[in-house]
Design a protein around this ligand. Structure first.
Ligand code: SAM
Length: 292
């Protein structure tokens, strides 16, 4: 075994089994690397499972759901926050043809790979992928028509700062759309509440979700409104995310088999449990709002 393999093994050990692992979000994504759920692209989302068969299709479907909800079209300058490896930007540039897409991502290793993917697709003129944070956008006031964030805003420190920044950079009439992970409403049943607590804290602990971002749909609505947004519409799409994903992963095993042995062991344990327990504490929402 090379030093690199041993080092990676210990970093995984620390991340997976030490609740105080101390890894930053960027270090978690560096560790995960290109172990994406998808087989052909490098999406890092859980997918939207309506009328699709595979994780690749579901991940694209989620990206398209966000784009369509925001009415993405040829006149738009789009700001994509938390773009992963940029697959969604390539998809949007081809299908929705916005005038320009600017991306912000804090994970250097992803920025490098995403830029290569955009260059390979010959889309450098319409997609400008930058290293930068959604909470401190290096973007001029009122220069964007549509801000989108696909399965990333739960990471931001804080999501409220992101809402304020999105409001600042949007032109009047501009739109903000997020696909985001929130906690579910606490159950009255004590046992169910414990399941919810475990499921939320496992995900929040591994993926560095700050405690400030722990709130349900009504507070999400209030925080968007406090940032100045109007015509807010938030709906849960969790039934089209977690259970179908769980069933797909249990059936195909393709993703599990490409994992490092440690996460593979944990993934197999989870996949043997019912989806309703594994994801008990996790809601999944699609939000839309406008700057007046
Ligand atoms: C779960 S991945 C989703 C990636 C991509 N949207 C997709 O659907 O494949 C979350 C992404 O958010 C990025 N991220 C986390 N915190 C961020 C921040 N403050 N600003 C910008 N990007 C951030 C991570 O680097 C990662 O690319």
């Amino acid at each position: 075994m090379s030093d690199n393999t041993i080092d990676r093994f210990f970093r995984y050990l620390n991340w997976l089994f030490n609740p105080f692992h101390g890894l930053k979000t960027t270090e978690v994504y560096d560790l995960i690397g290109t172990s994406s759920l998808t087989e052909n692209a490098l999406y890092l989302n859980l997918g939207y499972w309506r009328d699709v068969e595979t994780i690749d299709e579901a991940s694209e479907e989620l990206a398209l759901l966000v784009a369509k909800r925001g009415g993405m079209g040829p006149d738009d300058t789009v700001l994509d926050c938390g773009y992963g490896f940029g697959d969604q930007d390539i998809l949007w540039a081809r299908k929705m043809k916005p005038e320009k897409i600017i991306g912000l991502n804090i994970t250097k290793s992803q920025v490098k790979r995403a830029r290569m993917n955009v260059a390979d697709a010959g889309l450098e003129k319409s997609i400008d992928l930058r290293e930068g944070s959604a909470t401190e956008m290096p973007i001029e006031n009122e220069s964007i028509d549509l801000v989108v964030s696909v399965e990333s805003a739960f990471h931001y420190r804080t999501r409220e700062d992101f809402f304020k920044e999105a409001f600042r950079v949007l032109r009047p009439g501009g739109r903000l759309v997020t696909a985001d992970i929130l906690p579910t409403k606490n159950s009255d049943n004590l046992f169910r509440r414990m399941e919810q607590w475990i499921s939320w804290n496992l995900v929040a602990g591994k993926f560095n979700i700050p405690h400030e971002n722990y709130y349900e749909i009504p507070s999400y609505n209030d925080k968007l409104s406090k940032a100045g947004f109007v015509n807010i519409d938030i709906k849960s799409i969790r039934d089209d995310v977690y259970t179908p994903l769980h069933e797909y992963l249990s059936k195909t095993q393709t993703f599990v088999n490409k994992l490092h042995p440690l996460p593979k062991f944990l993934a197999k344990l989870s996949l043997n449990r019912p989806a309703d327990n594994v994801y008990a504490g996790l809601d999944y929402i699609l939000s839309y709002s406008e700057k007046p």
